[in-house]
Design a protein around this ligand. Structure first.
Ligand code: PMP
Length: 406
């Protein structure tokens, strides 16, 4: 199993840490983006308001200090995800940029006509479109693993589909729609069994389950800071050092070079090679604070907390006539549902009137919607600040939806 048993501990009560969550507002859209704890807001305010300077260039003390803080954030990320070294952690704008980087710099240079890429039916558009773009350029083809009836990537099907022509597998660790958790170790073994590399989209996993990229054995892992209670505009691409070393640069510019002349330019070693231009300095510091915050609670505890909220929500939703639940019962922090004859946008609007914020739509997973046979779903997703009362508000709101449309 990819998860250790959730720790039995006291219920989480952290909502007071989140200044943008007013009393009585049930924020159930953490899978889109997480609210920020005061510690993250303070780190960002201090970085701009007290200690601000550029990194990697200044000879003056303030800049040297900021460089240390920026690199400390990278070390914090490395420790958090179990990377062998901070040099394996590239700061990017988010998961989307991380996947595009690998699609262009790794797949775009390593794949050739006739090679194949294996994706799954539940992938977010950002783990589909970059591969399509790369495949089109090099003449590679894409295969799609179906889902089990309870909404997991069907790894038995993947095993039957994989061939030596497959050079890359890219799967979500946790589905942003269904909450289903991938058995990453098994997926890695299957990919490596045919000589393929495997990228894991960890966007929804990193805020909800313990992640150790070294133990998982994958080749690339990406996530976004803003879903981990950190700032927008910062994310991480982790890659095995030999793979990153062999990759050409992503964008050209300052900071990514070794030496520049009009005759010949040589490039910096990773991670600098992939960080052209002045980076999102304050974003990295905010991410550092977010990781400190999350680790002060503990991923095991967060996972147990969200698992309990999912169980409460699924049990109660199942009692409302006409409600259809998607995804497995042991989903990590995310519940998608629909109600017969009611558009999810109407559900979202009525819930908003009841001060319950959910997401309604295709969740950037249109192929999955098609596989589920719906145009859209309503999705409630949980974070550390949610509690049983938020689920009760959701259920009361859904009872009202049922009365209005009943
Ligand atoms: N993958 C998954 C599973 C996601 O949930 C998201 C965000 N919804 C992304 C990728 C893209 O993340 P970002 O928009 O932060 O780059």
């Amino acid at each position: 199993s990819v998860l250790t048993a959730p720790a039995a501990s006291a219920p989480l009560d952290t909502v007071a840490d989140f200044p943008a969550i007013p009393d009585g507002w049930a924020y159930l859209d953490t899978a889109a983006t997480a609210q920020k704890p005061q510690a993250v807001v303070d780190a960002i305010t201090a970085a701009y308001g007290e200690t601000y300077a550029t990194v990697h260039r200044g000879v003056y003390q303030r800049s040297a200090d900021m460089t240390l803080a920026y690199e400390a954030a990278r070390r914090r990320v490395a420790g958090f995800i179990g990377a062998g070294s901070p040099d394996e952690c590239v700061f990017v704008r988010g998961a989307t940029e991380g996947i595009n980087l690998v699609a262009q710099c790794w797949a775009g240079t390593q794949l050739k006509a006739g090679d194949r890429i294996l994706l799954s039916m539940l992938e977010h558009h950002s783990n589909i479109v970059p591969w399509q773009m790369a495949a089109e350029r090099v003449g590679a083809a894409i295969d799609v693993v179906p889902l089990t009836t309870d909404g997991r990537i069907d790894l038995d099907a993947a095993a039957a589909m994989l061939t030596p022509a497959h050079k890359l597998v890219a799967f979500a660790h946790v589905s942003n729609v269904l909450g289903s958790v991938l058995d990453v170790e098994r997926a890695v073994a299957l990919a490596h069994g045919v000589g393929a590399k495997i990228l894991i989209d960890g966007c929804q996993a990193v805020p909800r389950v313990p992640v150790d990229v070294t133990a998982l054995g994958c080749d690339f892992y990406v996530f976004s800071g803003h879903k981990l209670y950190g700032p927008t505009g910062i994310g991480v691409l982790w890659g095995k050092p030999d793979l990153l070393d062999a990759m050409p640069p992503w964008q050209g510019g300052g900071s990514m070079i070794d030496k520049v002349s009009f005759q010949r330019t040589t490039y910096a070693a990773p991670p600098g090679r992939f960080e052209a231009g002045t980076p999102h300095i304050v974003g990295a510091l905010g991410l550092h604070a977010a990781i400190d915050y999350v680790e002060s609670i503990g991923l095991e505890r967060i996972h147990a907390h969200e698992t309990a909220l999912v169980a409460q929500a699924r049990d109660a939703l199942a009692t409302i006539p006409g409600v259809r639940l998607f995804g497995p019962a042991d989903s990590a922090g995310i519940v998608s549902f629909a109600m017969e004859e009611v558009h999810p946008h109407d559900i979202g609007t009525i819930l908003d009137e009841a001060r319950v914020a959910i997401r309604a739509g295709h969740h950037c997973a249109q192929p999955l919607m098609e596989a589920l046979g719906v145009a859209a779903t309503a999705r409630a997703s949980f974070g550390v600040y949610n509690g049983p009362r938020d689920v009760e508000a959701l259920i009361a709101g859904m009872a009202r939806v049922a009365r209005i449309f009943g």
